[in-house]
Design a binder for this molecule. Structure first.
Ligand code: F3S
Ligand code: F3S
Length: 105
């Protein structure tokens, strides 16, 4: 599966959402998350992210490796909804994203 890493936090551009053919990119409070089982590895989302937050799971930069588990953990409480649009934005974040310092304007 593809993974959304740290640069998405507090940016949430959402260009990726429009590209996904299976609607598996879900919105949380501070970032978006790719469902590790619903993603079909099409790769369409990766080039459109303006902050280069999206990587194939084997290509996540070392410093952001924990985001593989972070994307999966986002779904611990909601399972496999089968579509992000119908579910809508969720208020929660993974523990990792929730722990990131807030950007100072
Ligand atoms: Fe985030 Fe980039 Fe998508 S900032 S919402 S991963 S386009
Ligand atoms: Fe969708 Fe990106 Fe996976 S477009 S299917 S989340 S590789």
């Amino acid at each position: 599966a593809y993974v959304i890493a740290q640069p998405c936090a507090d940016v949430k551009d959402k260009s990726c959402v429009d590209e996904c053919p299976v609607d598996c990119i879900y919105e949380g409070g501070r970032a978006l998350y790719i469902h590790p089982e619903e993603c079909v590895d099409c790769g369409a989302c990766e080039p459109v992210c303006p902050v280069e937050a999206i990587y194939f799971e084997d290509d996540v930069p070392a410093g952001w490796g924990d985001h593989r588990g972070s994307n999966a953990a986002f779904f611990d409480t909601i399972g496999s909804p089968g579509g992000a649009a119908a579910l809508g934005a969720q208020p929660h974040d993974s523990a990792l994203v929730a722990s990131l310092p807030q950007a100072v304007a």
